[in-house]
Ligand binder design. Structure first.
Ligand SMILES: NC(=O)c1ccc[n+]([C@@H]2O[C@H](COP(=O)([O-])OP(=O)(O)OC[C@H]3O[C@@H](n4cnc5c(N)ncnc54)[C@H](O)[C@@H]3O)[C@@H](O)[C@H]2O)c1
Length: 282
């Protein structure tokens, strides 16, 4: 697995590519348009340059890492990869189409991984002929910063493939946790209803976002409050994940409360849009 393919170089894909490059691996990054690939390269360059400024890596290491990144638009150019991590748009049809194609393209021993947050890995794998080679590899945002990767197995994933995927996550310096293919896996299954409850408390107990954040920091030992965390995750991302989990589990706590849905509809996405529960400088 010295050469890794990353499909989709958006927020997650570019972060995952950066982690692999910094671990000394060659990365073939696939975007749908060349300019999207170049934008991802610029983002990786920016974050690595910040690492150089902070003394986390040398300028030579940064150049070497970027030198191991190859950008392509044609999926067939991933044929030589021992592992392909898909981080494309969160849509079952998009992912199933990609997995059917990737399964035809890569070599017999290659592993196919999806970074889906809320879709069924089993349903994605089902589009591939060789379902035993498919796993979930759920990185957290920002991938270069957060250590956890949930390594997800379906009923069809082979022990060999699962073991290799788990070992790969360790090799790139991340903390793998094994789990079965269940809605929300581990962290989102717990965190999404919890964050939705925090938002409900704003109206029920007439508390300000600042005070809910202070309450959870000073009373529950959270490193950051729930409203700050939601602004960081992205209100749109959270509402989308809540809707997907509610659809699967039908538990009322999974459904996004009206207040946060209204924020999403108004474009108040949090940090990335400049305003969410809090206002941010551009
Ligand atoms: N953002 C998060 O916090 C987060 C965290 C963990 C996992 N994820 C998962 O990672 C995946 C990517 O999310 P993101 O936040 O990076 O999204 P993003 O919008 O930043 O990037 C999506 C990527 O998909 C590509 N794409 C769009 N349509 C496509 C198509 N038809 N075929 C192939 N590629 C296509 C885009 O060019 C882009 O590179 C999703 O499955 C998401 O659920 C997201």
């Amino acid at each position: 697995m010295a050469r890794v393919g990353v499909v989709g170089l958006g927020t997650m894909g570019s972060g995952i590519a950066q982690v692999c490059l910094q671990a000394g691996l060659e990365v073939i990054g696939r975007e749908v348009e060349p300019q999207l690939g170049e934008a991802a390269r610029a983002r990786i360059d920016h974050y690595l340059s910040r690492g150089v400024e902070k003394g986390r890596l040398t300028a030579e290491e940064k150049d070497a890492a970027l030198g191991r990144l190859c950008l392509v638009t044609d999926l067939s150019e991933l044929a030589s990869c021992g592992l392909v991590i898909e981080a494309a748009f969160e849509d079952l049809d998009v992912k199933r189409t990609l997995f059917a194609e990737l399964d035809r393209i890569v070599a017999a021993g290659a592993i196919l991984a999806t970074n889906t947050s809320a879709l069924s890995v089993t349903q994605i794998a089902d589009a591939a002929q060789h379902q035993e080679r498919v796993v979930g590899m759920h990185f957290f945002n920002p991938a270069p910063v957060l250590p956890l990767v949930e390594v997800v197995r379906t009923a069809r994933t082979s022990d060999e493939v699962f073991g290799a995927a788990y070992a790969f996550v360790q090799r790139i310096g991340k903390e793998p946790v094994a789990c079965n293919d269940t809605p929300g896996f581990i962290v989102n299954r717990i965190l999404i209803p919890l964050l939705n409850d925090c938002v409900r408390v704003l109206d029920e107990a007439r508390v300000t976002p600042e005070d809910v954040d202070r309450a959870m920091r000073f009373g529950a030992g959270w490193p950051m409050g729930p409203c700050t965390l939601l602004d960081l995750v992205g209100i749109d991302v959270h509402v989308h994940a809540s809707e997907a989990l509610y659809e699967k589990l039908r538990e009322p706590r999974m459904a996004a409360p009206p207040r946060i849905v209204a924020m999403r509809n108004a474009g108040l996405f949090g940090r990335k849009s400049g305003r969410g529960f809090y206002a941010y400088d551009a």
